[in-house]
Design a protein around this ligand. Structure first.
Ligand SMILES: [Fe+2]
Ligand SMILES: [Fe+2]
Length: 151
């Protein structure tokens, strides 16, 4: 399994969910709550895979710039988790809910762009194809078990 393809597929899925959120009517509160929960769940699984499997492997690459990219990615995940935590305590009816969803979306877009333009290509060129395959398989397995746990 190609770990980069797996991560990019997740990115596209979350982008699609944000687009659905944007297109939901202002007063479609139940739909917005449902979409928020889907986004949160997808992001939690995705960040878990990166933090437990992918980032640690990339951090082992002996390259100062790559290590800095992973450190920045960790901080961006931290921010995303803070915003998700705040949204979890709110309702779509709250005046600030849409604005906070927009800020979450912008943060994710920025983070995904950096991963896809820098971190993922750097990982691909620095890790052997066997190592990449191994990471991808681990991520695929962990993803399946986390998704079972959520249902
Ligand atoms: Fe990612
Ligand atoms: Fe990430």
């Amino acid at each position: 399994m190609d770990p980069i393809a797996l991560l990019k597929k997740d990115h596209r899925e979350v982008e699609g969910l944000f687009k659905e959120y944007e297109d939901a009517g202002d007063n479609a509160f139940a739909r917005k709550q449902g979409l928020f929960e889907q986004i949160r769940s997808a992001l939690q699984v995705h960040m878990d895979l990166e933090e437990t499997i992918f980032y640690p492997a990339v951090k082992k690459i002996r390259d100062a710039e790559i290590k800095d990219e992973v450190r920045e990615a960790d901080e961006e995940h931290h921010l995303v988790k803070l915003i998700l935590g705040e949204l979890s305590k709110m309702k779509p009816q709250d005046e600030q809910f849409d604005a906070k969803m927009t800020v979450l979306q912008e943060n994710i877009e920025h983070h995904v762009e950096e991963e896809e333009d820098e971190l993922l290509p750097d990982a691909k060129k620095s890790l052997s194809s066997e190592r990449l395959e191994e990471l991808g398989n681990k991520m695929e397995q962990r993803k399946a078990s986390l998704e079972v746990g959520k249902n």
